[in-house]
Design a protein around this ligand. Structure first.
Ligand SMILES: *[C@@H]1O[C@H](CO)[C@@H](O)[C@H](O)[C@H]1NC(C)=O
Ligand SMILES: *[C@@H]1O[C@H](CO)[C@@H](O)[C@H](O)[C@H]1NC(C)=O
Length: 648
């Protein structure tokens, strides 16, 4: 029987002799166009919070999942013994067309768990898995495959894809993208040289297949979902310095999708969302690899179009996995809205774009909105393995984990789901720490109000953020070690009257909503920054119907708890009955359809039927001394409905 621990011992022994296994590997080529950067996951760790609880549940699964089972489809395909392992079900079953997509997410998850948590079990699993993948590549001759090939399905699917004769519903480059990204993450975060070898061999295989095709033939290959092949190959170029990977990346530029975006045309209607968003991240990465500004224009236009014209109040997009007409929201509040993968990918895109424009708060306003209101609650807090829902229903009486049977019908399971979104959620919940802070040569950016410790080793300082945000409107940032630099704090568009204290005294900087408040000084060890971001009720109307709206408190979208009652329509909520019923937790009451309803954060909306959108929430505008109107433009960077709200 295959033994992970023996293998790990052997591999660890080898690596200790050459490079330290713990060493994160930096890219050989520096990215262009980044005005600021986010920190590496290995520099930041979460502390006690809901985010950390989610991270812990996913980590438990990462340490539980049977490695032999997850190798089954690779070994079977590459004609190696499956060592008596059980077969998986769901999207990793031996007859599922794009089996083997999940394992790349696990590799990324293990690598991220090692980077942020310094969890050696996660690291050792990643490294041991990569050794077995290398054995699969080594057996390609015997299996009848060409050099470097690595997947759970036959290479003939690529032959058919290229010839236009693929008929088994496979999306073969989609799966290869996950594997490539997974081994790249292991290489990057652990320094494992076998991971580098596997990644480059697989990337070489992609180069050799695609270099033989004419431009037109390759463009027709791109009509089949291919994940972020352009992005991962651009990353491999940056990591290795070899331009052949950049040339290979560019072959995955889908002209039919990029041209309208370059011209700022919204042609997303009817497009499969998760097929397209990864291409845009690829455009952002190709901009950073080449400096060619048209790539950045494509990525920025795609982001703006999607955030402003295709997103629900919770920051998610799509219904039945597809984009609809611009601003068409009200007619699509169904069971199968808000596919988790799309939001995971939008956040990756957001992070890339923020780095190019770090004083624009729209990027992290969106990041916060989608992370808190969609992805945080897509994990079931009662599942010790952090199981997730594929869609997040927005229909009246919706219920997470209940929906169309083929995808979101239940919470995911240990071995019988392996949907795309189970894979991306493994990554989401192990990388919350990667976007809390950012930096440039002279500035520390506080982008998210998440309890997390940063080791800013270049300056020899530690930054500790403590908060119960979003239940509390205050966050405290403590600096250990000192020096002369600026701290730039995102003042979200949803607040009003924000204030900042340094060591108890007003910081003396402006803190307007929708800007970064910048405090420049010489910091001493123990200095404390207290940020207060007053929260108000906000009405977030559907783009196409002002009489249909979600209600948020500060950044947090609320939902009505309807228990097991069914709802046939969006309930009508009386806004002036809304009250916060606890000073420490986010608990609210109100009157809807004439009856009392308890409202809670939507991220806590599991296990009951809920309402997120309300019909005719009235009054539409409240005026008076205890009221605050927040321009919608501050919230989404978009003009339109301004919704007032009552301070309680
Ligand atoms: C910060 O990171 C540096 C470099 O990796 C390391 O040497 C140091 O021990 C870390 N400090 C803390 C407080 O973790
Ligand atoms: C807008 O939504 C409200 C509440 O659901 C509904 O009564 C109304 O018919 C909708 N308006 C349009 C134009 O669809």
């Amino acid at each position: 029987m295959f033994s992970v621990s023996n293998l790990v011992a052997a591999v660890v022994g080898l690596l200790v002799a050459s490079v330290p296994i713990n060493a994160q590997v930096s890219p050989v080529v520096t990215e262009q166009g980044n005005v600021a950067n986010t920190f590496s996951l290995s520099d930041v760790a979460l502390t006690s919070s809901r985010w950390q609880e989610n991270e812990g549940r996913t980590r438990t699964y990462l340490k539980f999942v049977d490695v032999n089972r997850m190798l089954y489809v690779f070994r079977a395909n590459h004609k190696l013994s499956t060592n008596g392992a059980a077969q998986n079900g769901g999207w990793d079953a031996p007859n599922f067309p794009f089996r083997s997509h999940m394992q790349g997410h696990l590799l990324s998850g293990w690598a991220q768990c090692w980077a942020t948590n310094k969890d050696t079990t996660c690291r050792d699993r990643a490294v041991a898995f990569v050794v077995e993948l290398r054995k699969c590549q080594h057996n390609n001759g015997a299996a009848g495959f060409t050099a470097g090939y690595l997947s759970g399905f036959p290479e003939s699917d690529f032959v058919n894809l290229e010839a236009g004769t693929l008929t088994n519903s496979n999306v073969p480059y989609y799966a290869v993208h996950k594997t490539l990204q997974g081994v790249l993450d292991v290489w990057r975060y652990t320094g494992d040289s076998t991971a580098k070898t596997v990644a480059l061999a697989l990337a070489d295989w992609v180069d050799s297949r695609t270099s033989k095709l004419s431009y037109d033939r390759m463009q027709s290959v791109l009509n089949t979902e291919y994940g972020g092949m352009n992005e991962v190959l651009a990353q491999i170029y940056l990591m290795s310095g070899s331009t052949k990977y950049l040339n290979t990346a560019k072959r995955f530029d889908h002209a039919a999708k990029f041209t309208p975006l370059l011209n700022n045309q919204d042609t997303l209607n009817g497009n499969h969302a998760n097929t397209n968003i990864p291409k845009w991240i690829g455009a952002a990465k190709e901009y950073k690899a080449t400096g060619t500004t048209s790539y950045l224009t494509i990525a920025k236009n795609a982001w703006t179009i999607t955030v402003n014209a295709h997103s629900y109040a919770i920051g998610a997009n799509s219904q039945a996995e597809h984009f609809k007409a611009p601003n068409a929201i009200a007619g699509y509040l169904k069971e199968d809205t808000a596919e988790a993968c799309n939001t995971y990918n939008m956040l990756k895109l957001t992070r890339e774009l923020w780095q190019t424009d770090p004083t624009n708060t729209a990027y992290f306003d969106f990041y916060e909105r989608a992370l808190i209101n969609h992805l945080l609650g897509a994990q079931d807090p009662s599942s010790s393995h952090g199981h997730i829902t594929y869609f997040t229903s927005l229909n009246p009486g919706g219920h997470r984990g209940v929906g169309p049977a083929w995808g979101g019908g239940t919470w995911s399971t240990d071995y019988n789901s392996f949907w795309c979104c189970q894979g991306t959620n493994i990554e989401t919940h192990t990388k919350y720490a990667d976007s809390v802070y950012g930096f440039d040569a002279s500035t520390l950016y506080i982008n998210l109000f998440t309890p997390a410790v940063l080791n800013w080793s270049a300056r020899g300082i530690t930054v500790t953020q403590s908060t119960t945000f979003p239940a509390s409107d205050t966050s405290t940032i403590t600096i250990t070690g000192g020096g002369n630099f600026a701290v730039s704090i995102r003042i979200p568009g949803w607040t009003s009257g924000a204030s900042i204290l340094v060591n108890g005294a007003p910081a003396g900087v402006s803190a307007n909503a929708g800007s970064y408040a910048k405090i420049s000084r010489t910091w001493s060890s123990g200095d404390k920054i207290e940020v207060k971001l007053p929260m108000w009720f906000r009405k977030i109307a559907a783009n196409d119907n002002a009489s249909l709206a979600a209600i948020a408190f500060g950044p947090t979208v609320l939902c009505g708890n309807y228990g097991s009652s069914t709802l046939s329509a969006n309930p009508s909520l009386s806004l002036n009955t809304l009250k916060r019923s606890s000073s420490t937790s986010l608990a609210f009451t109100g009157t809807a359809n004439g009856a009392n309803v308890n409202l809670v954060p939507f991220f806590n909306g599991q296990g009951f039927n809920y309402a997120v959108y309300w019909a005719s929430p009235s009054p539409t505008k409240i005026t008076g001394s205890k009221l605050c109107a927040i321009p919608w433009a501050n919230v989404l960077g978009r003009t339109g409905q301004v919704r007032s709200v009552k301070i309680l």
